[in-house]
Design a binder for this molecule. Structure first.
Ligand SMILES: [Zn+2]
Length: 125
């Protein structure tokens, strides 16, 4: 089982990251549209306001999650093809190939993601 990303892996990851970014942009556009609909008739039905606020909060949380994932996806696309891609942002060690194939936008290694420290924390000596 290779631990280094091959050129084929990188191509696959680029395609997946692009598709992911596109999906997230579509999701954000949909959230925006729902948000507008939600507020368009806001004053008409005061009794419904509580439910609308809850729905708006949920939409806002969705948008926040999608936006943050999109930023990480975009950052990964920017790193792809540079030596920075596949390097842990915390410990500087290599990110596991399996992890990148599972989570293409991962920017920290498994150990740092778990908070147990990376290459440095593992004790080089
Ligand atoms: Zn690390």
């Amino acid at each position: 089982m290779p631990t280094e990303l091959s050129a084929q892996d990188l191509d696959d990851l680029r395609v997946r990251l692009r598709a992911q970014a596109e999906g997230l942009r579509a999701e954000l556009a949909a959230v925006d549209a729902q948000m507008s609909t939600l507020y368009a008739d806001c004053d008409r039905d005061v009794g419904d306001l509580g439910a609308k606020v809850t729905a708006a909060d949920r939409l806002r949380a969705d948008a926040e999650r999608a936006r943050s994932l999109l930023a990480r996806t975009q950052a990964a696309l920017d790193r792809l093809g540079t030596p920075a891609y596949g390097r842990c942002a915390v410990c500087g060690g290599p990110i596991e190939r399996d992890r990148l194939l599972a989570v293409p936008h991962a920017d920290v290694c498994l150990a740092c993601g778990r908070g147990t420290g990376g290459a440095r924390g593992r004790g080089a000596r």
